[in-house]
Design a protein around this ligand. Structure first.
Ligand code: 13P
Ligand code: SF4
Length: 365
């Protein structure tokens, strides 16, 4: 039995960054192979530095399912990412989110009751289980992934949305895509679906604001969620950079609006943006439309390239930002003493159905 008292969080805030870093490094060294730290690309620099493995959502999902040796997975990301890690990791592994308040505002824009109500309303018009594939962006709660698992649907990430939409259309003629309308619209359009064949399900309106005819005609029904960080990027920002910096290339995350994505030279997940800019020749010029921590990291990493942040204001994922050195130190030192804090555990019935949806995705891409 563990005798040591748990380490408290508050006193850690009195320490300097250097002191916290030294204590995290010490806890990490002592935990050794038993603990793996995963870090999303948006994570603030001082925390990101401790990640054993980093990636976009798809890469991190895969990594979580492959690191079976580690007893503890400390996930420096947001809540839905830690849920995916729990669903895909082995039963004896424990997933920890250093701050439970690190959520995703977009994921919160669709809940199970709302999606079930939408599904029922759509089924009043068409036979959903025969005609509509539900496809959820990975930025969603585990119960929505379970809903997709139970209804013949799947999950996508920003790096495989087009492939997963193709998969979804191969199953049934229509797709209900949630929660991010922008990823759904941008990816469907790139597959050749015209905007007129996409409709927006507005959850606050009766019947989503759609007539029976709208639903019958639609190929893609988009949920009206969005990312408050990526919707800050505007067409005017693209125009301004093109005017100010001749030869600049604009690359954006597909959570940006349709207009911004149309104006950009390229789109991609956080991993794809990095790959693209890294592969570009020295001296090339880039304006990048995604979260600030990632863009700043790329700037530091490639001083031989001219890298700009596409927005004049700060676009920061404030929920991811909640994970700071103090929280990481807190969970690591407690682990070291045998206290598991902030465990993310998806109930098994829900996890089983969500796993079906995620495995469908992992078998396609
Ligand atoms: P990526 O899968 O591209 O890392 O995106 C996750 C995310 O939340 C972007 O806002
Ligand atoms: Fe969610 Fe937007 Fe943060 Fe990504 S950047 S985790 S979509 S709030």
């Amino acid at each position: 039995m563990n005798e040591a008292a748990p380490v408290s969080l508050e006193p850690l805030y009195a320490l300097s960054d250097e002191q916290l870093q030294a204590r995290i490094a010490q806890a990490k060294a002592q935990l050794g192979e038993r603990c793996v730290i995963l870090g999303h690309h948006y994570q603030r620099e001082e925390v990101y530095r401790f990640a054993d493995l980093s990636g976009d959502s798809l890469k991190l999902s895969r990594l979580a399912s492959q690191r079976t040796a580690a007893q503890y997975i400390v996930f420096c990301g947001v809540h839905f990412m830690a849920e995916v890690a729990d669903i895909l990791s082995a039963p004896e592994q424990t997933v920890i989110l250093p701050d439970l308040a690190a959520g995703c505002s977009m994921a919160d824009m669709a809940d199970l009751v709302q999606v079930q109500q939408a599904w029922q309303a759509l089924n009043q018009v068409v036979d959903g289980d025969r005609l509509i594939t539900p496809l959820t962006y990975v930025n969603s709660t585990a119960d929505l992934k379970a809903f997709c698992g139970d209804h013949g649907g799947s999950v996508c990430t920003s790096s495989n949305a087009e492939k997963m939409l193709q998969w979804a259309f191969a199953q049934r003629e229509k797709v209900l895509f949630f929660p991010d309308q922008h990823l759904g619209r941008n990816s469907s359009h790139r597959l050749g679906v015209p905007l007129e064949e996409m409709v927006l399900w507005q959850q606050h309106l009766p019947n989503g604001g759609l007539s029976a005819e709208d639903i019958r005609r639609a190929r893609v029904i988009l949920w009206d969620g969005y990312c408050s960080v990526h919707t800050m990027f505007q067409p005017a920002h693209v125009a301004l950079f093109r005017q100010r910096v001749p030869g600049i290339q604009v690359i954006v995350h597909p959570e940006c609006s349709f207009e911004v994505c149309q104006l950009a030279d390229a789109r991609g997940s956080t991993e794809q943006i990095q790959e693209r800019v890294r592969a570009a020749p020295s001296g090339s010029k880039w304006a990048i439309g995604t979260e600030l921590n990632l863009v700043n990291r790329l700037k530091r990493e490639m001083p031989d390239k001219e890298i700009h942040f596409l927005c004049p204001t700060v676009c920061l994922c404030s929920t991811m930002f909640r994970i700071d050195l103090a929280h990481l130190c807190w969970v690591m030192e407690n682990l070291q003493q045998g206290h598991v804090l902030n465990r993310i555990r998806v109930p098994e019935r829900e996890a089983a159905a969500a796993r079906v949806a995620l495995q469908r995705m992992l078998s396609v891409v």
